[in-house]
Design a protein around this ligand. Structure first.
Ligand SMILES: O=C[C@H](O)COP(=O)(O)O
Length: 258
């Protein structure tokens, strides 16, 4: 049994404006008890426009729910219209930021090199990056999911020192399982999550690899989360669609009861 605290993070994607965010977070946090937070870390990754509201709500009501952003600029500041820097996110006390989500890789052509720069920007500002990796359907059909995903891990962690890498969260999200209802089997998730931990041991050390939390993402729901979380190298879930229903998200956080 590992001593890694599971991280259940809800990625709101481009949903919930700042007013809807208040109602949603109030519903979640009204349900979650101190006991829930003892066992599991729960977080939401919200649109940029919600973050100030979340900060105010969380700090004022002393909520234990963590929050973060869905993207970060690779740059510190300057003429980068539309981008949001790590320093800005840190000022809003974001704990986490997603880096290289497949939707950013697909629609914004984000490369491993850019993801690497974003991982470094997050650490520079003391924000924990959730580095998203995972293969598309063609790669899976060809049986190359492990090699493909490990190459993304290598790229994202290039020149990241051990004292930072030990705090990273890696989310394995097979693209074919995102938003499709097509969930990977627990064995599929374990195969790649286990390989990711093995690669971390090669790149750094077994001790470091044993500290890093590796999430699974892709059509996670209350009905399938327990079997996925039972895998030895799965330490959490990155939840998309199902996290938009507060009751469902709470059930996922309570995966041990499912
Ligand atoms: O970030 C979350 C993932 O993209 C999974 O989304 P999904 O749960 O809607 O499949």
């Amino acid at each position: 049994m590992s001593d890694r605290t599971p991280l259940i993070a809800g990625n709101w994607k481009m949903n919930l404006n700042h007013l809807e965010a208040i109602a949603h977070v109030q519903k979640i946090t009204f349900s979650l008890t101190d006991k829930d937070y003892e066992d599991v870390e729960a977080a939401v990754l919200a649109p940029f426009t919600d973050l100030r509201t979340l900060q105010t709500l969380v700090e004022h009501d002393k909520l234990k729910l963590k929050y973060g952003a869905q993207d970060i600029s690779a740059h510190d500041s300057g003429a980068y219209t539309g981008e949001i820097s790590g320093a800005m996110l840190a000022k809003l006390r974001c704990s986490y930021v997603a880096v290289g989500h497949s939707e950013r890789r697909q629609y914004h052509n984000e490369t491993d090199e850019l993801c690497n720069a974003k991982v470094k920007a997050a650490f520079k500002n003391d924000i924990t990056p959730i580095l998203c990796v995972g293969e598309g359907l063609e790669v899976r059909k060809a049986g190359n999911q492990v090699a493909h995903t490990l190459a993304q891990v290598d790229g994202g962690l290039k020149d990241v020192p051990a004292e930072q890498a030990e705090r990273i969260v890696i989310a394995y999200e097979p693209v074919w399982a995102i938003g499709t209802g097509e969930v990977a089997t627990p064995e599929d998730a374990q195969e790649v999550c286990g390989a990711i931990r093995g690669r971390l041991a090669e790149l750094y050390s077994q001790e470091l690899a044993d500290k890093v939390r590796i999430q699974y993402g892709g059509s996670v729901k209350s009905g399938n989360v327990a079997a996925i979380m039972a895998q030895p190298d799965v330490d959490g879930a990155l939840v998309g669609g199902a996290c938009l229903d507060a009751d469902e998200f709470v059930k996922i956080v309570r995966f041990r009861d499912q």
